[in-house]
Ligand binder design. Structure first.
Ligand code: SF4
Ligand code: SF4
Ligand code: SF4
Length: 268
């Protein structure tokens, strides 16, 4: 849908973490009014509605993702779209009702449990600063196909995680540097580097606010099933340990990560 410039500018001032949702809401407002273009009138109507019905609009959680599925060339193909399954899982935990029982007064946006997925380590959707952040990951794997030493993988790796000067012919990986972006496997013309393990990196307890912190990353790359199981465990822990509606990061700062055994945090 088209937007008039002033309407677009007004929504651009909305904090980034709710901007997408507000844009969608304003477009719905315009559609319901039978308009084919969004104007300031629709923005104002939406604002009024939102101020009076904020809690009604909330579902207690958000699941957001980057623009990878719209055709971003950096997207790591992890097979299935996880966002629908995440929504189903979060809905089953009835977080809105839970938070209503923990917070005095009406719920506000910052009370929602936020899960964000980024389809590659570029992390455009900022998974580091939400309750649970997921980053699609693809580890490279060496095949038996001989390396032509063309250097394309070196040029593609922004982390300088590949060398060709090892004792054996072909590429060597520095796994401490590798971010599992999958670019080296994409460019290798001989198939020497192929796609290995794919899945998700998981970051827990990120937040903004008065005491911002990045989410802490679990060690490993997890398949969709394990990722959902870990999130389910996290949600149960969040609900069991949350007495005043605090963020997941605050709960984790107090309780630590022992509840997640056998998973451990990634070391620097
Ligand atoms: S996070 Fe990666 S896949 Fe997603 S939009 Fe950004 S660059 Fe593209
Ligand atoms: S997956 Fe990405 S970071 Fe890792 S070695 Fe390949 S290009 Fe470098
Ligand atoms: S891109 Fe493939 S063929 Fe070229 S140097 Fe790297 S591993 Fe060897």
């Amino acid at each position: 849908m088209q937007w008039e410039k002033d309407a677009e500018q007004a929504v651009a001032k909305v904090p980034f973490f709710v901007r997408k949702r507000v844009q969608k809401r304003v477009e719905t407002e315009a559609q319901q009014a039978g308009a084919d273009k969004v104007t300031m009138e629709h923005v104002a109507a939406c604002r009024q509605h939102y101020l009076h019905h904020q809690e009604d609009e909330m579902q207690g959680f958000t699941v957001e993702s980057c623009f990878g599925q719209s055709g971003c060339p950096n997207r790591i193909g992890t097979g299935k779209d996880l966002t629908k399954r995440l929504e189903t899982l979060l809905r089953a935990h009835n977080l809105k009702k839970f938070m209503q029982g923990r917070v005095s007064g009406p719920l506000k946006l910052h009370h929602e449990f936020r899960v964000t997925l980024a389809d590659c380590p570029n992390s455009c959707s900022r998974p580091q600063i939400v309750d649970i952040g997921l980053i699609s990951a693809s580890l490279p794997r060496l095949s038996d196909a001989p390396c032509s030493e063309c250097g394309d993988c070196l040029a593609a790796c922004k982390e300088e995680a590949i060398t060709l000067a090892g004792p054996e012919p072909g590429p060597q990986f520095d796994w401490q540097r590798c971010l599992a972006c999958g670019q080296c496997a994409r460019v290798c013309p001989t198939g020497t580097i192929t796609q290995g393990l794919t899945g998700y990196r998981i970051l827990l307890g990120g937040k903004l606010g008065r005491h911002p912190q990045f989410g802490q990353e679990l060690s490993g790359i997890f398949c969709a099933e394990t990722t959902l199981a870990i999130i389910d465990t996290c949600l149960a822990h969040f609900k069991a340990e949350n007495s005043q509606g605090e963020r997941f990061g605050d709960v984790l700062n107090r309780t630590g990560f022992a509840f997640l055994v056998p998973y451990t945090l990634k070391t620097a």
